[in-house]
Write a protein that binds this ligand. Structure first.
Ligand SMILES: *Cc1c(COP(=O)(O)O)cnc(C)c1O
Length: 395
């Protein structure tokens, strides 16, 4: 819970509805059934939603594994008291092998040397370290091709202190290319079968991200890696998910200044917007340092009093301006929705992503650290005074 209301001196905040995350995990669980585990992907601070809160919610609602990109992300979850298994999906320097072992993280292995470093660390600490071997079936990012991955697996099953718990691969085009994804899946399943036939006891074989979990029942295997859909956002480019998936995040601010201007008034750095009529310019205390991308300059839209207003001119680091009609009744303190809904209209993260020329993943995970996250209608934001320079603290 956000209790430091002092952090809300500037009325720009994100609300995360953990009930939506719970509902999305439940839905995923219903889709995959009891024999397939759910790994909640909480890398990058849970795509900007807050890793600890998201992980705890996901674990309470059907997820039984977590994954992160970095060792330090895994350590932070352990330090928050989370005991569920955590897979580190990235590779890490050999020097971090001790941290992996000490914090009981599961490592991704892509080479014999990295497995040896983990084995050494495990022996040193008198522990066993779980590893998942990464197989490259077409992403060309991490992992060995199937044949080499099988060889690597055979080599490391005999390393002391190392338990090969999993084999996994990743789909680059599960949202766009079913043929390629099917070919990858077939190759991966073939590899799993061979490993198991040889007696290599790998408990968890996994391949599906959100897109494959939704579109390819055959890819669900022992576990699915549920990322973007857990947040209620679409893995399918600009195609939104059905209404059964609930977006958990909304992004808010309040108008900090309003003025009426004449036709021909220049707005912002570089004067990239010039009013064509007499107009109203409202300033919002949010900018690209908060993750409201500068590529939304002259493109973004916000909701105020249930109406859409366009961003005028270049977005600044900490502020932006929107333009309205000179008779609009916008006032200092009015709430502006950057992502979310207001009076029946909505700006989805996917919409904002499209305007910025990116994908919803980037739109949410780049929302800045200095934007406080409020959880489940946390009362604090309601205490933000309408006049932002007179904050009321009432937690
Ligand atoms: C981020 C990530 C995922 C989650 O993908 P979504 O599209 O967000 O579901 C799954 N697997 C790997 C290896 C990843 O890096």
């Amino acid at each position: 819970m956000m209790t430091d209301s002092g952090a809300l001196g500037r009325p720009t905040w994100v609300e995360v509805n953990l009930d939506c995350i719970a509902s999305n995990v439940n839905l995923a669980k219903t889709i995959v059934g009891d024999r397939t585990r759910i790994m909640a992907v909480v890398k990058a601070d849970a795509y900007g939603h807050g890793a600890v809160q998201t992980a705890q919610t996901a674990l309470r609602h059907g997820a039984s594994y977590l994954s992160v990109a970095l060792v330090e992300e895994g350590v932070a979850l352990r330090e928050a008291g989370i005991r569920a298994p955590i897979l580190v999906m990235g590779t890490s320097a050999a020097g971090l092998a001790c941290d992996i072992v000490k914090h009981d993280l599961t490592a991704t292995v892509v080479s014999y040397q990295s497995a040896v470093a983990l084995s050494d660390a495990a022996i040193k600490h008198g522990r066993q370290v779980k590893v998942h071997v990464k197989v490259d079936t077409g992403m060309s990012r991490l992992g060995q091709p199937p044949e080499e991955a099988l060889k690597l697996t055979r080599q490391i099953v005999n390393l002391p202190g190392v338990k090969v718990e999993g084999l996994y691969t990743h789909f680059p085009c599960a949202d766009t290319d079913m043929q390629m994804t099917c070919r990858q899946l077939k190759e991966f399943r073939g590899l799993v079968l061979r490993a198991r036939t040889e007696g290599v006891d790998v408990a968890l074989c996994h391949a599906a991200n959100s897109a494959a979990l939704i579109r390819m029942p055959g890819a669900r295997l022992d576990m699915v890696r549920l990322g973007i859909a857990m947040y209620g956002l679409s893995p399918l480019g600009t195609v939104p998910l059905g209404p059964e998936w609930k977006p958990a995040l909304s992004f808010h601010t309040r108008v900090s200044f309003v003025k009426k201007v004449r036709e021909g008034t220049c707005v912002g750095y570089g004067s990239r917007y010039i009013t064509e009529t007499d107009a109203l310019i409202a300033t919002l205390p949010v900018g690209y340092a908060d993750g409201y991308s500068r590529s939304l300059s002259n493109k973004g839209e916000v909701l105020i009093q249930g109406r859409r207003y366009p961003v005028a001119g270049n977005i600044c680091m900490d502020q932006l301006m929107i333009v309205g009609r000179s008779d609009d009744a916008i006032e200092v303190g009015d709430e502006a929705i950057l992502i979310g809904s207001q009076n029946g209209d909505a700006i989805h993260a996917e919409d904002l992503a499209r305007m910025a020329g990116t994908i919803a993943y980037e739109t949410v995970c780049t929302i800045g650290k200095r934007v406080p996250r409020l959880y489940n209608g946390d009362a604090a934001h309601r205490c933000l005074n309408k006049v932002h320079d007179l904050p009321t603290y009432c937690v």
